[in-house]
Design a protein around this ligand. Sequence first.
Ligand code: ADP
Ligand SMILES: Nc1ccn([C@@H]2O[C@H](COP(=O)(O)O)[C@@H](O)[C@H]2O)c(=O)n1
Length: 205
Amino acid sequence: MDCSPFVIGVAGGTASGKTTLSTKLKQAIADDAIILSHDFYYRANSEIPFEQRIKLNYDHPNAFDTDLLVEDVKKLKSGRAIDRPVYSFVTYTRTGETVHVEPTRVIIVEGILIFENKDLLDLMDIKVFVDTDADIRLLRRLTRDVKERGRSLDSFIAQYINTVKPMHEQFVEPSKKNADIIIPQGGENPVALHMLIDHIKALIR
Ligand SMILES: Nc1ncnc2c1ncn2[C@@H]1O[C@H](COP(=O)(O)OP(=O)(O)O)[C@@H](O)[C@H]1O
Ligand SMILES: Nc1ccn([C@@H]2O[C@H](COP(=O)(O)O)[C@@H](O)[C@H]2O)c(=O)n1
């Protein structure tokens, strides 16, 4: 029997409900599960001054150190622990701290662009795309970015128009074709959630 970790990919646009769905999956499937967010692997860009860092494009695949995420998932799959980076959306850089992560039976990888990278896709056993209307995502993200990520309304609007929306259309939306399952309304879709949980439980049994 293959007992190597089972990798679930959860992709979708910004504020679509990826974290919400991933957390519900983790709680339902097993305590022995971890969530690895692509966001943890944003490049530090610490050599760039803060005033310029806040203007970078954070929705292009090059904004992430995806090679490091691929390496870390491979390590976990082979039974080795990792020390993953910690990223701050407030300072737009890594904190310098790391979080030690032991290998687990289930690894949930989530992020806007995880279905855009072939090496990452190849590591996933099941691929779920959370599909939420753009206007709902926009409103959720506005609330979150102002409350939790220290953003002003003006900076939010500029970023959304200049990078978030165009990159979503160029990279995120086309990557939906790589999904096994597309879930409307993310974590608030109990029928889809329960079907997914039952399926995954059967696969990892
Ligand atoms: N069904 C929902 N209804 C209302 N708010 C939601 C719903 N799902 C998620 N949210 C909120 O929207 C924001 C983004 O959700 P989250 O799961 O973090 O999305 P993502 O990980 O895709 O960015 C969070 O503040 C979350 O509480
Ligand atoms: N310094 C940063 C880094 C990233 N972002 C935005 O985060 C979004 C991805 O995170 P989700 O939880 O929404 O999936 C992405 O759209 C980036 O624009 C940022 O604002 N600042």
